[in-house]
Write a protein that binds this ligand. Sequence first.
Ligand SMILES: *Cc1c(COP(=O)(O)O)cnc(C)c1O
Length: 445
Amino acid sequence: MTDSVRTPPAPEFAYRDGALFAEDVSLEQLATVVGTPAYCYSQAALDRRYHEFADAFADQNAMICYAVKANGNQAVIAALARQGAGADVVSEGELRLAIAAGVPPERIVFSGVGKTRQEMAFALDSGIRQINVESAPELEVLAEVAAAKDRTATVVIRVNPDVDARTHAKITTGTAENKFGVDLAHVPEVYARAEALDGIVPVGLAVHIGSQLLELTPFRSAFTKLAELVAELRAAGHAVSRLDIGGGVGIRYGSESPPDIAGYAEIVRELLGPLGCELIVEPGRAMVGNAGVLLTRVLYVKQGVERRFIIVDAAMNDLLRPAMYDAGHAIVPLVEPAADAVYEPADVVGPICETGDSFATGRAMPPLVAEALLAICSAGAYGAVMASSYNGRLLVPEVLVHGDRFAVIRPRQGFADLLAQDSLPDWLSQEAQPAARIAAGRGSV
Ligand SMILES: *Cc1c(COP(=O)(O)O)cnc(C)c1O
């Protein structure tokens, strides 16, 4: 599926005289300075995507609130905020990151099925735009928290429209089987309850049916149901002035052809425009996914009995998407292959002791030798944020390119950081070890 992709799917990453650049920075030089593996993002790509959304929705009274969970690096959030983006956050941690990165609180919305009282209190104290309530019990707790602070919570109710997003099961969120939102049938009751509660002001509804949607049809179904619900609520005497339409627009990893943003905005205008509501749009992946690559170095090329294995220094702990979502990312060398290079199937795998630690299986790859540098494309979203130290591996750095400049926006972890994460209880401390006790003449064998 990704066989045909020989350059990253974003114009900010391109070959110049045979070397892959991010904007005006040679990625080979960057990798030499920063080392591998490393994430590299293009600020121009972030800016461009923000403006594609902002322009597409320019005439619809819409606020573009970047979904921080796709990439929570403060420099990435700051770059988008600089262009005018608000933020959609799903935890107190993300809320703090967004505020620290310069997103005005009145442009921040707080989603998520399991907000704690502490998170609600912090959100109310911060003066954010709205809290997206996902259940009746959450609404009651929020009312208590708001009352205790003598504050008012502006809320929208997240609706589960029971629409199949036709995407990977792990990122489908809008069917009746999913944990997200309030069932369509119960929304009028929950909305009425919200209006009755002191300290709660319901202003509208939210939907988010899934991620990496490649067709407009599921959006169409969800927005149609949303519009019907607004009419029903209004007929019952409720004010509905705000609609949060979520994120979910897919991107190209390989040969996909995702909806263009203008087409997406057009169906929003058609289906929701007549309601005259203020809109909130929450793109995550579509904003940052193709603005980043993961740079990695070939450690070994191993010719197996049946296959060629390209063993690289990046692994599933750095980029989980292939293992988690069966995702296929394009993988391209930083040195452009010759025009007549023969592409042959290979498995591109990481060093981790799991068969799932694989970036590509049977992928047509050009000739490669040890030490060659590669870019794993479309790694800007759900990449660095999902990284872990599994297998005792150090978290990799993130770098932001801006024109001919680049800056490390998160340093590579060191072994000292890794060791400092844990501490031993006193009964396991060095003095309590038998060897130490014996040496000290306090124990017997
Ligand atoms: C994850 C999420 C988003 C962003 O989804 P993408 O597919 O990355 O655009 C938007 N809104 C909510 C509520 C989310 O949970």
